[in-house]
Design a protein around this ligand. Structure first.
Ligand SMILES: [Cu+2]
Length: 140
């Protein structure tokens, strides 16, 4: 039993080492106004890897309709649009924030509550998947 536990510990620490190349902090979801089923998620993604990485997909039980978005100038107006992936430069923080890159959540399946923690799955290149908890916050 002792050996088994040791082996388990080693394999767990290997997994967390591999996942730690991408570090996600301050993941938050904006509390939508009552009746609204659309919102956005923001966070700080640090790429500690020696190469450029990409965020490819975000999913979660709260919605089947989640997109990666960027803000862009179109005919003199700031608009948002869907992008296939978000580039994460090596050794840099990529900030997803209001008015910039963000994760758009449409068709929420249930109302969110302030300060609740929502499990979200982030899919990166090289088949790397990270599950995070995003906190629902008012006034983002
Ligand atoms: Cu958007």
């Amino acid at each position: 039993m002792k050996n088994f536990c040791f082996a388990l510990l080693v394999s767990l620490s290997t997994t967390s080492f591999a996942a730690s190349q991408i570090e996600i902090k301050n993941a938050v979801i904006r509390l939508p106004p009552p009746g609204s089923t659309t919102t956005a998620m923001f966070m700080d993604i640090m790429n500690n890897d020696k190469v450029e990485r990409t965020l490819e997909k975000v999913s979660g039980a709260i919605s089947d309709d989640i997109e990666l978005h960027e803000m862009a100038m179109t005919e003199g107006r700031m608009t948002m649009r869907n992008v296939p992936k978000i580039l994460l430069k090596k050794g840099e923080h990529t900030l997803l924030k209001p008015g910039g890159l963000h994760i758009m959540i449409f068709n929420l399946k249930r109302p969110l509550k302030e300060n609740e923690a929502i499990d979200m799955k982030m899919d990166f290149d090289r088949q790397e998947h990270v599950t995070i908890k995003a906190i629902v916050k008012k006034d983002l």
